[in-house]
Design a binder for this molecule. Structure first.
Ligand code: BDR
Ligand code: CA
Length: 311
């Protein structure tokens, strides 16, 4: 199985992603780091541990990370994920204890202790990952790739042009994109495409397996939130879980290598500017200035196959 580390702000769709990562036989979930995003970091830790309980997961180290972005204050997403970050699920408090170091130290250990290079999957503002790269740059030698949910080729959700995870900590996202690592961006363009229809999530919600039932309820909440967004496929979005599906089965997404930079100033702060002029290979446009590091961007997704894999 492929060694994997998640960075989360659990979060409805982060919970779905954790479920998928724990239960997919091809993935070996080594650690989960938590960061402020959809909810405050303590709430994110509590939610993450409670989701692992619901799954009946074995021991997975879960560490508390950054309480706020590098430069700006934290701003939660309670209008999407509810005040508790999980759409009011009220899961029983976990008896698990968080890992005994901060998230950056845990991530360093998880990455350097691995015999095989680790895939790092941020599904949240990338504050922890940026701090990791700045504090322990030696980790890059054992990171296979970074597959992050965030950004967009066009159009945002937190602002007209910025996607929430990048908008919440644009400097951190810029550090990660500029790291020189092999980076895959699973942005809003594909995020909005993978949905589970109401009769399917309704059936999941009745499943005797408590984790499957929780997934059904979370998908119902997700559907309610995006129901009037014309960009979202009809149904409950699997969201962040789609990025983990793309790690388990890379053929599900069409990746194109384009220069991407994060806008750090003005009203478009937090936008991922994807330069589609610079198509590589035969289509190359000559004379185009480099506008950012080359990032592999998910330009399209096989939505049905991704949904089926998730289910
Ligand atoms: C992203 O922001 C969060 O609300 C979701 O969990 C997802 O990671 C979507 O913009
Ligand atoms: Ca998230």
């Amino acid at each position: 199985p492929r060694p994997l580390v998640l960075d989360v702000d659990t979060g409805i769709d982060d919970a779905l992603a954790i479920m998928f990562a724990v239960r997919h036989p091809g993935l070996d979930l080594r650690a989960i780091s938590c960061v402020a995003g959809n909810a405050g970091v303590d709430r994110v830790v509590a939610n993450t541990l409670a989701v692992l309980d619901t799954l009946g997961a074995g021991e997975v180290p879960v560490a508390r990370g950054a309480q706020r972005p590098l430069l700006q204050p934290a701003r939660d997403a309670r209008h999407v994920h509810g005040a508790d970050g999980l759409g009011g699920q009220n899961l029983p408090a976990s008896q698990r204890t968080p890992y005994d170091t901060d998230a950056v130290t845990m991530l360093r250990r998880a990455i350097l202790d691995s015999a095989d290079p680790v895939t790092l999957v941020p599904l949240a503002p990338m504050t922890n990952v940026a701090l990791l790269l700045r504090t322990y740059p030696e980790v890059v030698d054992n990171i296979a790739e970074i597959v992050f949910m965030g950004g967009a080729i066009s159009g945002g959700n937190a602002s007209a042009v910025a996607e929430f995870n990048v908008w919440h900590d644009p400097e951190a996202a810029a550090i990660v994109l500029d790291s020189g690592l092999d980076v895959v961006m699973y942005g809003l363009d594909v995020f909005y495409q993978v949905a589970v229809d109401p009769s399917t999530y309704g059936a999941l919600a009745e499943d005797p397996d408590p984790a499957v039932a929780l997934a059904g309820r979370l998908l119902a909440h997700s559907h309610h939130v995006v129901r009037s967004d014309p960009r979202a496929a009809g149904g409950g979005l699997i969201g962040d879980a789609g990025a983990v599906c793309a790690v388990a089965a890379p053929d599900l997404v069409t990746l194109r290598t384009w220069p991407v930079h994060v806008e750090l100033a003005g009203r478009s702060r937090g936008q991922t500017v994807v330069d589609r002029r610079s198509i590589q290979g035969e289509d190359a446009v000559h004379g185009v200035e480099e506008t950012g590091p080359p990032i592999r961007v998910a330009a399209d997704v096989d939505a049905r196959a991704t949904r089926d894999l998730f289910l």
